[in-house]
Design a protein around this ligand. Structure first.
Ligand code: PRP
Length: 217
């Protein structure tokens, strides 16, 4: 089991409220996407609480005020498809100079191994605090593969923000990337024999983008 130092887990009633919406099998896609957005905001705030800062000043209407700003540029990298729903809420919190990269990963339903089908990441990350986003960390295979690709570009710091994780996935990510800071909204009990998080929320990508429960018009 992961230790508390291995992963930060949100501890807030508002986060629990949005998790309840995500877990409910009757939640339609629009409400599901909104809950993903709200939880992303909370999880990003927690993950970047200790972001390196540098001091400055601004002029208020009355006087000079001391301020703090992010010391480095931030690059956000959603892992498609599901992580795409976390991008806009994450960017809304970022300084204007933040950049975006993309990693497309699909998990083979039989082998549970991830396949990279898209990689579009700014190639110089050495001055960047990088934040990778994925809704689910199940076996951890997709997260490890994504972090492997990003780590090759030697970012100044690297964080992974997820919404739901299994202990097995967290352990695998922490083992492969001990220097990566992990934050999730919730840590569930286990994986089932199909590699799904239990109790979980089902297939996040399908629930975000394949609204089977909504009428076609
Ligand atoms: C899901 C999820 C993660 C991955 C987690 O993506 O969004 O990326 O599986 O599983 P893992 O930890 O066992 O690798 P999926 O491959 O289903 O693609 P999608 O986001 O396009 O639905």
């Amino acid at each position: 089991m992961p230790t508390p130092e291995t992963v930060r887990v949100l501890d807030s009633t508002l986060a629990d409220e949005h998790l309840a919406i995500l877990r409910d099998r009757d939640t339609p896609s629009p409400a599901f996407r909104r809950a993903v957005g709200c939880l992303t905001t909370l999880a990003i705030a927690e993950s970047l609480r200790d972001l390196a800062a540098e001091p400055g000043t601004v002029q208020t209407p009355l006087a000079t005020a001391p301020v703090r700003r992010a010391a480095r540029r931030i690059t956000v990298i959603p892992i498609l498809r599901a992580g795409l729903a976390m991008l806009d809420p994450a960017l809304a919190l970022m300084p204007d100079r933040a950049r975006v990269g993309f990693l497309g990963m699909a998990r083979d339903e039989e082998t549970l191994r991830p396949r990279v089908y898209l990689e579009s990441i700014p190639d110089d990350l050495s001055d960047d605090d990088v934040v990778a986003l994925d809704v689910m960390i199940a076996t951890g295979g997709s997260s490890v593969a994504a972090l492997d690709e990003i780590a090759k570009l030697r970012p100044a710091t690297l964080r992974l923000v997820g919404l739901l994780a299994a202990p097995e996935g967290i352990a695998r990510v922490a083992d492969a990337h001990p220097d990566v800071s992990l934050t999730v909204a919730a840590l569930d009990e286990r994986l089932n024999d199909r590699g799904f998080i239990v109790p979980g929320l089902g297939d996040a990508g399908d629930r975000l983008y394949a609204p089977a429960r909504l009428p076609a018009h």
